[in-house]
Structure formats: C-alpha cells, structure tokens
Design a protein around this ligand. Sequence first.
Ligand SMILES: [Zn+2]
Length: 256
Amino acid sequence: MFIDTHCHLDFPEFDLDREDVIGRCREKGIDYIINIGSSLENSRRSVNLAKEYDFIYASVGCHPHDADSCDEGVVTELEKLSLADKVIAIGEIGLDYYRNLSSPDNQLKVFTRLVNLAKKRQLPVILHSRQAHEDTLKVLKENMPLRAVVHCFSGGQDFLKKCLDLGFFISFTCNITYKKAQDLREMVKLAPLNNLFLETDAPYLSPEGFRGKRNEPWQVRFLAEEISKIKGISVEVVAQATSNNAMNFFGLKVNR
Ligand SMILES: [Zn+2]
C-alpha cells in the first residue's frame, strides 16, 4: 500500500492525459492520493478531483509564491472551499525566501492568516519552507498546538530536530535519490519512520533515472525503495508505516 501525500494532478502538465495518469496510479498500487491546493484556482481544481475520484483527497491553500495575490477575499473563498467533502488539510502554505516570488512581508502575512484558518477549521497544515526555516518555526510556535507536516524537507539536522520536537511529520520527495543528495539522505536516516510520509510533488522532482521527465504519483515507490535502502528495512515496512502515519494524520477513510 502506497499513499502519495503531495502532488499536483490539477497542473497543466497533466491536461492531455490526466485520466490515464490516475488510472496508472490505481493499477500500480497507489491507495490514496492527496492533491494539493497551491492557489485559489488550484484549490478549486483539487476539490473537484477529490469529488471525481474516490481515492483522491484534497487540500486547499496558497503557496508562498502566490502570497502577493492572496488578499482577504481569497482567504474567505479558501475557507468556504475547506468545508467541502474530502478536504483534509490546509496547504501548501509557508515561506520561500529562496525564490521570493512574493514579498517576504506578504508571505509572512498570508502564512500566518492561513495557519489561523487551519486552527479554526481544526485541520492539519502542509508546510512549504525553503531557506525560511527560522521564520516558519516562529509563526508555527506562536500558534501551537498545531498538527503539521514539512513537505519536501530541505533543512538540516537542527531544523529536523526542532520540527520533530514540535511533533511535526516530515515528508521527503524523490529528490533524495539524486546523486548529490547525500545530506538529505542523512536526514532520512535521522528521521524516525513513525514521523514520515511519502510524496512525489508530481509533476516535479522525478526520481534519478527519470530526471527532466514529468513525475507521476505511482513513482512514489522509487522513493519508498530509497528510504528502505537508507534505513536498512524492507520496502513493505516503509510502505505500511508511512501509509498508517498518513491515514491517521489526515484522517483518510478506508473505503475501498
Ligand atoms: Zn507541492
């Protein structure tokens, strides 16, 4: 059993063959997919995908890249959307000071606002934090208790420890398979299996051997294989543990 806890099947990269891709995920043993909302429009599409496919769940949110255009009206719409069936988290939200596509001030404002929404709706948070770990933790600490997962973990040992101390979950992507990702593989070693989810971030971050090509959620099995190698345990154990973690955390229903 595999769960891809983070992908973007609503993105234009899948416009020509979305149904085929989703069919392939079924055939290749993906039990659940969480499609992530990265803007108001993408959150709407995400909710629609969850309506259409029983094994797809949705999150709604606004990526830090889009913070400049996330005003109070957008937040109100996101809140309405969060009431829809099968919306199981607020995200992805957070801070990205690496690319700074929106101003850091707006990123902080929108992130804080959406953390408050998650608290109000009693939903967990899916975090995007890139070169902004200090501010990310500051906002989260001011709003504890919170349930959160750090998506596409890119920090070091210090950030990992702080996140684990707060009870957060960690998810790695297929970028841990890249030749130069030795530091990330060290983090995989340090992160306890009981705190891990699997995710592809498809269409991005295809595993080694497929780089430059579109990623698809079923390729999450390559990630599970890499984690099993790093931790010296079987792929089955990785799949089972990470699936249990995700089912409990997001409250996914066994309906198949
Ligand atoms: Zn993403």
